[in-house]
Design a protein around this ligand. Structure first.
Ligand SMILES: NC(=O)c1ccc[n+]([C@@H]2O[C@H](COP(=O)([O-])OP(=O)(O)OC[C@H]3O[C@@H](n4cnc5c(N)ncnc54)[C@H](O)[C@@H]3O)[C@@H](O)[C@H]2O)c1
Length: 299
């Protein structure tokens, strides 16, 4: 018995890189996989492929003796994502998990970024993840209300840029930060229906990472930047067993999975009792809060 026997999972951007590795790992654990991929370039521009990246991954999965189908809908197509959920349920009888992974980058410093590059990157990562997640959650909610036991799983793909910032990626980091927040909100909204939502922050030598100057360590026996390193965590998050964990962000680097703690509200500076904060006291108050030296002492 494998962790995902009988489970049906949609993976977006499943034709290459991390998505391809997730599809293969999910299939190896017994899942039926819907491999969604638009087959675009690293910057999101159309590319001709025959067969398509999604078709190639389906062939790899079928060679393992597992079941998969390809889908070429853009994740940014709101109604298209509704149709994808409906087609999956029609074909396989149900849906258990969605892995939101599709994306591309159009890096530029904020001052030189075009409106189109901002909109396109936010659309593919943030709107694309919301679109599929929304329609999957609507399906699970309806099944739960009909009395069915639901074990829905949403996996979102955030990144170090989204969690900590990255110069030259204002569009990408804004979208990826939004996905970490989305996991927290979907977790709260869907808990009552048996659905969890978690985000992963992977590090992998794909064409995307190569674009910012990191490549695989080919000399090592074991590749710490292999995209497949993140996939066991994705597979586990899609399993029934993971039902106790929701709203989390997990960073996977090599063979370590780390818990990322979200924003925390810590010590404060409080105005004297009975009155609101005043501008005049904030200079010193915030310096105390941040441990900075008071003005006149080297600050
Ligand atoms: N590589 C890393 O180290 C890293 C780090 C953090 C986060 N990520 C995230 O992981 C995900 C996968 O990245 P990757 O490195 O494997 O990139 P990749 O370019 O190898 O794969 C992305 C895939 O998404 C597909 N895609 C793009 N736009 C699409 C759309 N509108 N609809 C459907 N499919 C679409 C592409 O065709 C491509 O096959 C991305 O969300 C990326 O931001 C990657």
């Amino acid at each position: 018995m494998s962790a995902l026997d009988g489970r049906v999972v949609i993976v977006t951007g499943g034709g290459r890189g991390l998505g391809r590795a997730h599809c293969l790992a999910l299939a190896a654990q017994g899942a039926t996989v819907v491999v969604n991929d638009l087959g675009v370039s690293l910057q999101g521009h159309p590319e001709a492929h025959q067969p398509s990246p999604a078709d190639q991954v389906v062939a790899e999965i079928e060679a393992l003796g597992a079941t998969a189908v390809a889908d070429g809908t853009s994740v940014t197509d709101w109604d298209g994502m509704a149709d994808l959920v409906a087609r999956t349920v029609e074909r396989f009888g149900t849906l258990h998990a969605v892995v939101n992974n599709a994306g591309f980058i159009r890096d530029a410093m904020l001052v030189t970024m075009t409106e189109d590059d901002f909109d396109a990157v936010v659309a593919v990562h943030l709107k694309g993840s919301v679109a599929l997640t929304k329609h999957a959650c609507a399906f699970w909610r309806q099944r739960a209300k009909a009395g069915e036991r639901v074990t829905g799983r949403v996996v979102l793909t955030t990144s170090g840029a989204g969690l900590f910032g990255h110069a030259g990626q204002a569009n990408y980091s804004a979208a990826k930060g939004g996905l970490a927040a989305l996991a927290a909100t979907v977790a709260l909204e869907m808990q009552r229906y048996g659905v969890t939502a978690n985000a992963i922050s992977p590090v992998a030598a794909t064409r995307m990472l190569a674009a910012i100057g990191r490549t695989a360590d080919r000399a090592a026996d074991w590749d710490p930047l292999d995209p497949a390193n993140a996939s066991p965590v994705v597979a586990w998050l899609c399993s029934e067993e993971s039902g106790w964990l929701s709203g989390a962000v997990l960073r996977i680097d090599g063979n370590t999975v780390r818990r990322v703690r979200g924003w925390t509200v810590e010590d404060g500076y409080t105005a004297k009792a009975g009155r609101a904060l005043e501008v005049g006291e904030l200079g010193l108050g915030l310096r105390q809060l941040y441990g900075a030296a008071p003005v006149g002492l080297g600050g």
